[in-house]
Design a protein around this ligand. Structure first.
Ligand SMILES: [Zn+2]
Length: 481
């Protein structure tokens, strides 16, 4: 009898979990470790003069845990191996997409659900062929094989892609000749290979430049690719990433609005959908040790989760929302000297480290040697250093020394980060502001820190505990069948 009851209970549990999830939101904050989340909450509280947390949407999800993120080849993963693990449930080597450590082709949760008849959408703030979204559809040895990744995108049959565009819309090889010598292995494209936007259109995709055009075109579109707006669609232009929120990303590129749009697009075409949303530029900001930019990107990402939570309220029995990260970036620490934090100081920063670097570089243009006063005026304007943010004599001396180096040796003094070479003075000034806010950094790269996972909805309790990044995708599949 006991055994029978147990079986019935198991069956009930299985039935209640199985085949009822119809809407899956899979949020991935690229580079979003636990401190990126906590710093954002404590920053918001400090803005109101409080010590504590102003809760983000993601941390209010009722189930949570942690994921270890090491890859098959490295203790510290890159975004392609981590994306592959989150998308397929298999560890992969750093640099590769959609292949296990032996090189066998893997099938992602998005591809499996597409095969099951679901609508599928992938949305990001970076390029649609960047590592995280690409992990859901591409199988390539090198994440830098952008033309090949974009080519594979066109044949996915997925319903929606949204992001900055393609990295390399035109093939690297024309008429059998290599145009540029790449360091990594890149698939040779036959002569006359099409532009990726043309190829996507041939495969039934409508291309929309920006939100407004996407709204206009969506009714007629069978499948849609929404790219960052340009003047028209420049099919030769690289679409690497959205502007940073801290640099004034326009509302029509907010992840909340685009997640809303993608959801309506998918829901109007299918009774079940899977939508992956990546906050791709949290990682970019943390590669540059730019705390203020990282916080603004995390807030934008959380806005999209807020939309998904509203959707969940209307469909509580059929929705599953998972929020996690692929890895931590920068080794962000909260505390660097004593028992205080002063995160609110970051509110004085009005542009990203990259933009400050560009603006500084303008002052050095055509071998010009700027004066300290004009450089300092820029630091006052953009970071409120020397005005709202006090600069001590020794700190001033340090900045001045870096300034001298940049004048003597302009380009060689750049600090090389993954996505941008940063003017050393921009780097030093941002580092000073972060230091004063008591935010520390250990790396310009990724770390092995465990990342948070939050979940709500049908089967959300499965995503608790001290897990591995390969545990997530198989559980999603289990809940949808
Ligand atoms: Zn990264």
């Amino acid at each position: 009898m006991k055994r029978f009851l147990y079986s019935v209970l198991c069956l009930c549990a299985c039935l209640s979990m199985n085949a009822q999830v119809k809407y899956v939101f899979y949020f991935i904050g690229d580079g979003m470790g636990p401190n990126q989340v906590l710093a954002t909450e404590m920053y918001l509280a400090e803005l109101q003069g409080k010590i504590g947390r102003n809760r983000l949407g993601m941390t209010q999800l009722p189930y949570s845990g942690q994921l270890a993120t090491f890859s098959a080849s490295n203790g510290i993963t890159d975004s392609s191996a981590a994306g592959t693990a989150l998308a397929t449930g298999s560890k992969a080597n750093n640099g590769s997409l959609g292949l296990n450590a032996k090189g066998d082709t893997l099938t992602s949760v998005a591809e499996q659900l597409k095969a099951d008849g679901w609508g599928v959408g992938l949305l990001t703030t970076v390029a649609i062929d960047h590592a995280t979204p690409a992990a859901f559809y591409a199988n390539v040895e090198s994440r830098n094989d952008y033309y090949e990744i974009g080519r594979q995108l066109a044949y996915t049959g997925f319903d929606f892609f949204g992001g900055a565009g393609f990295h390399n819309p035109d093939p690297k090889y024309k008429d059998g000749k290599k145009e540029k010598k790449g360091k990594k292995k890149v698939t040779k494209q036959p002569a006359g290979s099409p532009n990726l936007y043309d190829l996507a259109e041939q495969q039934g995709y409508t291309i929309a430049s920006g939100y407004k055009q996407a709204l206009e075109k969506s009714k007629q579109a069978e499948k849609l690719i929404l790219v960052q707006p340009t003047d028209g669609i420049d099919r030769s232009k690289k679409g690497s990433n959205f502007p940073y929120c801290i640099d004034g990303r326009e509302d029509e590129l907010s992840l909340k609005l685009l997640t809303n749009f993608a959801t309506e697009f998918l829901q109007s075409r299918n009774s079940r959908f899977f939508l992956m949303v990546e906050g791709g530029m949290i990682d970019y900001a943390c590669h540059g040790r730019d705390g203020a930019a990282a916080i603004q990107e995390t807030l934008d990402f959380d806005g999209a989760i807020g939309f998904a939570l509203e959707f969940y309220e209307s469909h509580p029995d059929e929705t599953l929302i998972i929020v996690t990260a692929d890895h931590e970036t920068g080794g962000m620490a909260l505390g660097n000297s004593d028992y205080t934090l002063d995160l609110q100081l970051l509110k004085h920063q009005h542009c990203s480290a990259g933009t400050l670097s560009d603006e500084l570089n303008e002052l050095y243009k055509d071998n010009r040697q700027p004066e300290w006063d004009e450089v300092r005026a820029l630091l006052e304007k953009r970071l409120e250093l020397y005005t709202a943010v006090t600069v001590e004599d020794d700190e001033d001396e340090e900045l001045h020394d870096v300034f001298k180096k940049t004048v003597e040796n302009r380009n060689d003094s750049d600090v090389k980060t993954l996505y941008k070479d940063i003017n050393a003075l921009s780097n030093a000034a941002i580092a000073l502001l972060n230091k004063k806010a008591k935010m520390g950094w250990t790396s310009y790269s990724h770390t092995a820190a465990a990342v948070p996972i939050f979940a709500i909805g049908k089967g959300a309790e499965l995503f608790t505990g001290w897990q591995d990044n390969t545990d997530v995708a198989p559980k999603i599949i289990r809940l949808t069948r």
